[in-house]
Design a protein around this ligand. Structure first.
Ligand code: BGC
Length: 513
């Protein structure tokens, strides 16, 4: 049995050997295409639900309302069925991510990603060929299952294969693909909106492309060493670790993974274990990172950007074009995050973004409050100002709460609760995405420009949270978080009580050092 290297908060930090191999990068790029599926879906819905052909076929009452003269600016598309189309996917993803977390533990991260691509593909076929609302909604549900499986497996996969020094960057490839997916979807919608009467079918059908890429690409990639060792495939785990690190000298890291797996094996019921006091810090952080991510209001912009821009008086084409611009900003700013996250750290990005988001949301709210009444349009210069503010807002989200909402929960749980704990992150994301998607149009109808102040207030709360309760996880090996992060944190250390240490002692007694 290999030596187990116990980490202890008094030990000096360990340096794992290992290069950044082209194979690890390839694995990262392929797995991240799970993010493309998610992003394409986020980006496509808003455009499709504002296409007349689509509305005539499935939501005739919304179509009529949209074209009635002198429609109220803020209440144009307030229709629960239409919102259900957008949000049903997230509900399905929420439920399925529970099964995905089990699947990640039992069958591995790679198999779970493959399952994701197949569910998604089925959903795409039903959506592209939809003849009635039932087909459309069932298709969305299958897409949701695909997203639930993908979002559960991909960020974990990326955090586990990454060398510690670039873990943040590699994990953010997922979010980069989310943003690319959103952008591509916006561009697709821009063109398909003029293809009558089937443009929307093309928009929905092209979602199959990322699913096929993930399905075929996954044949090229490895399972994570952690998942192999967790499932007792020790030799394969060791060989994989050597391959992805590009060196024979992986003993330290291997021992640490084996140690983490030993600890994990002692925990028979990860979900019950998560309810223990010592899991509280990671759980709270995982859930709140995602709740706050949604309460930045980003999806109010992402889903409904075309609707929002139409509200401000841009014509159909102009509004999609503006959505393409915000989509481009989203992608480029995510690259900034990839470059900075392992250098300046997670907290600095989150705090800077809070300041930028607060200013821009408030400014948008003030402009709309003062100048957008029920039935007028903004003047061109004001409308452009709002687009610029939206871009500045999206920019700050894209280098902070967007990627870090996924990264931080995927890197802070110990192995014994990692997949179960990450389920809470994924499902919180889905639940709150659902709530915002379902509520946004009605909220806009009732709160009017005040909706932007509503989100601005949340940004203050999340800024305080990031400042005081979020520990920094930059450059800490994933299996050393308990000792190096939680036990050192001014507040959370009080939760790191004896049961964590007891487990360690059991292992220490039964194994060599
Ligand atoms: C969020 C999505 C959001 C997207 C925008 C993701 O991290 O989970 O809800 O639409 O970022 O880029």
């Amino acid at each position: 049995m290999p030596a187990i290297v116990m980490s202890n908060s008094n030990d000096p930090p360990k340096e794992f050997e290992g290069k950044i191999t082209s194979y690890v990068i390839l694995c990262g790029i392929v797995a991240a295409t799970g993010g493309l599926m998610f992003g394409y879906d986020i980006g496509i819905s808003g455009g499709v639900t504002s296409m007349d052909d689509f509305l005539i076929e499935f939501f005739p009452s919304v179509y009529e309302k949209k074209h009635r003269a002198k429609e109220d600016n803020y209440c144009k598309f307030d229709n629960q069925d239409l919102q259900l189309f957008t949000s049903s996917l997230y509900l399905a993803a929420l439920v399925s991510s529970f099964f995905a977390s089990k699947s990640c533990t039992m069958f591995g991260r790679k198999r779970t990603m493959q399952a994701a691509s197949l569910f998604f593909l089925l959903g795409v076929i039903l959506n592209g060929a939809a003849r009635d609302l039932a087909m459309l909604i069932i298709g969305r549900i299958l897409l949701g299952v695909g997203v639930g499986f993908g979002n559960q497996a991909v960020p974990l996969f990326l955090s586990e294969i990454a060398p510690v020094k670039i873990r943040g960057a590699l994990n953010i490839l997922f979010q980069l693909d989310v943003t690319i997916g959103i952008l591509i979807a916006n561009i697709v919608n821009y063109f398909t909106t003029n293809l009558h009467p089937w443009g929307w079918r093309l928009s929905l059908g092209l979602a199959g492309v990322p699913a096929i890429i993930l399905c075929l690409g996954s044949l090229l990639i490895t399972e994570t060493p952690t998942s192999l060792i967790e499932r007792q495939r020790m030799d394969e785990g060791l060989a994989t670790l050597k391959r992805i690190r590009g060196t024979e000298n992986v003993d330290l890291e291997y021992d640490e993974i084996v140690h983490a797996c030993e600890m994990a094996r002692l925990v028979k019921r990860p979900f019950r274990n998560l309810m223990k006091r010592s899991s509280r810090p990671q759980l709270v952080i995982a859930i709140f990172m995602q709740i706050f991510q949604q309460f930045t209001g980003i999806n109010a912009i992402m889903f409904y950007a075309p609707v929002l821009f139409q509200t401000m008086g841009f014509k159909n084409d102009g509004s999609l074009l503006s959505a393409v611009i915000t989509g481009g900003v989203n992608v480029l700013s995510t690259v900034v995050s990839i470059v900075l996250v392992d250098k300046v750290g997670r907290k600095a990005l989150l705090l800077e973004a809070c300041a930028q988001m607060l200013l821009t949301q408030t400014a948008i709210g003030v402009i709309l409050q003062m100048y957008l009444k029920n039935n007028n349009n903004l003047t061109p210069s004001l409308a452009i100002t709002v687009v610029v503010l939206v871009c500045l807002y999206v920019m700050s989200f894209a280098w902070s709460w967007g990627p870090l909402g996924w990264l931080i929960p995927s890197e802070t749980f110990p192995l014994e609760t990692r997949t179960a704990g990450f389920f809470f992150a994924v499902s919180s994301n889905m639940l709150f995405t659902f709530i915002i998607a379902q509520a946004f149009l009605s909220m806009m109808c009732h709160l009017r420009a005040g909706i932007f102040f509503f989100f601005a207030a949340w940004i203050v709360v999340m800024g305080l949270f990031a400042m005081f309760l979020l520990p920094e996880t930059k450059n800490v090996p994933i299996d050393e978080m308990t000792d190096r992060v939680w036990k050192q944190h001014w507040y959370w250390k009080r939760y790191m009580d004896e049961d964590g240490n007891d487990k360690k002692n059991n292992i220490e007694n039964g194994s060599s050092r």
